[in-house]
Design a protein around this ligand. Structure first.
Ligand SMILES: [Cu+2]
Length: 110
């Protein structure tokens, strides 16, 4: 009888331990980093790139921005739990005056 009790307890402890990393992983997923390349129209020089960068960085969750006037793109690294590609594109358009578009393939969750 005692062995059965101990085994049951060991099983419960084992289940709890097994569940812990899964939970930690789920929390990590809340703050996942994603990189998106936005199409930005109208940039002609480094000044334009700087304006686009500044506009994108106004948003909470944006970690890094690389704007290219040659390619007409802005590569943005952001926290998916705080913002979205669409929100960043809208903010760039609003604050910099350059029209930014999120790629059609991006997740439209927010
Ligand atoms: Cu310029």
């Amino acid at each position: 009888m005692r062995t059965v009790g101990l085994m049951a307890m060991a099983l419960v402890v084992g289940l709890v331990v097994a569940a812990l990393p899964a939970r930690a992983h789920a929390q990590k997923n809340d703050g996942q980093t994603q990189v998106v390349t936005l199409k930005v129209s109208g940039m002609t020089c480094g000044g334009c790139e700087a304006a686009v960068k500044m506009a994108a960085k106004k948003i909470d969750g944006v970690k890094d921005v690389k704007a290219s006037s040659d390619h007409g793109t802005a590569e943005v690294r952001f926290d998916t739990s705080k913002t979205s590609a669409e929100a960043i594109a809208a903010a760039i358009t609003k604050y910099s005056g350059f029209k930014a578009e999120a790629p059609k393939t991006a997740k439209n969750k927010k």
